[in-house]
Design a protein. Sequence first.
Length: 90
Amino acid sequence: LPPVGDFDPLGFATNADLGTIKKYREAELQHGRVAMLAAIGMLVTEEPLEFHPLFEASNKDIGPAIRHLDEVRAASPFFFEFLAVIIGGL
């Protein structure tokens, strides 16, 4: 597919047709974009904030981004189970 040649070092697309290869490329782009947004989100939330769209940041220090999942669990105890069921249903 233009503009890039055939780059498949692990051989995932060896027996794939053109439609499958396009689907692979589209999925790769989508996952890359989500990963970039996640990385930016982790970096941005490391700074002390006065307003946070998900957490009550004005009255407490929620600390580093790795602790934010604990805040989600405290605010909505079954959020991750609900999320897993929704994702599993897709």
